[in-house]
Design a protein around this ligand. Sequence first.
Ligand code: NDP
Length: 297
Amino acid sequence: TSSAKLIDGKAIAETIRQELKAEVDELKAKHGGKTPGLAVVLVGERKDSQTYVRNKKKACEEVGIASFGTDLPETASEDEVLKVVAAYNADPAVHGILVQLPLPKHINEQKVLDAISIEKDVDGFHPLNIGALAMRGRDPLFVPCTPKGCLELLKRSGVQLAGKKAAVVGRSNIVGMPAALLLQREDATVTVIHSRTPDAQKICAEADIIIAACGRAEMVGGDWVKPGAAVIDVGINAVDDPSAKRGYRLVGDVDFAAASERASHITPVPGGVGPMTIAMLLRNCVDGATRTFAAQA
Ligand code: NDP
C-alpha cells in the first residue's frame, strides 16, 4: 500500500523540453535566426559514453539546439583534447561545451575541465562555477545538471524547502556536494552523509527531504524515511535478475517499495532523476546562449 505521490521525472522533463523549444524559437526570432549550440567532446570508444553522447545530441536537436561534436580516439593526447576545447571556446556558434567523462586515464581530467570557458561550462563542473554556487551573494553561471534536476523535481512537485531539514547521501563533485549546496541556497538545513558517517539511518530518519546519491543499491531503506518526507533517488544500479530479459534490472539507492509507504513524494528509478539530467543540460545551453545573445545585442 503505497501512499507516496510519484514524482514523474519523465513527464516533468518532457514539459521542460517543450518549454525550451518555445524559448529557442523565441530566441531565434529575436536574434535574426541565431540558435543555441552545444559541443560535445568524446574521447575513446566506451559504449556507455557513446550512448550518453548520442542521447544528448538527439535531445538538442529536438528542442532546436544545434549540436556539434568531436570524437577523438582513445589514444588522443591531452594536448589534442585541450586544442579541441580551445577551438570550441573561441567558436561563436557554440554556447555550451561538454566533455564526456570519464576521460582515458592518461588525460588529466582536472586540466581539461579547467580549460572550458566558464561562460560555456554547461556541465557546471568548473571550479569557479562550483565556488560561486557555494558562496553567499554569488550566482554561478551554470549549476551541475543532475543536482539541478533534483531541485527542479522538488520545486515542480510543490515540496517546501525553506526551513526544512534535508539529508544528502553522497558528497561527490557531480551530485552530492552540489545538491547539498543547492538545498542550502533554498534555506534548507542540510546534513551531508558519506561513507564514514556514523548513524546515517538516524540522520535520514529526521529529514524532511532526502536526496540519495551513494551508488549503493537500495541502501536507503523504508525505516530511513520519516513519514511525510520527500525522497529523490539519484542512484542507478544494475542488480542481477534472472527473470529479466537482459539478466539484470535497474534499481536506485532507495528501497522504493518500502520508502513509498512512508514518503509524501518519491522518484522512481528509472524515470525519475535520469530524464531530468539531460533536460537540465538543455536548460543550461539555452541559458548560455541567451546571455551571449543579450551581450551581443
Ligand atoms: P560516487 O561514487 O562519485 O559518490 C558516491 C558517494 O556516496 C560518495 O560521496 C561516497 O562517500 C558515498 N557513499 C558510498 N557508500 C556509502 C555508504 N555506504 N554510506 C554513505 N555514503 C556512501 O557516485 P556519484 O555521485 O557519481 O553517483 C551516485 C549515484 O548516482 C550512482 O548510482 C550513479 O550511477 C548515479 N548517477 C545518476 C545520474 C542520473 O542522471 N540519474 C547522474 C550521475 C550519477 P565517500 O565520499 O566517503 O567515498
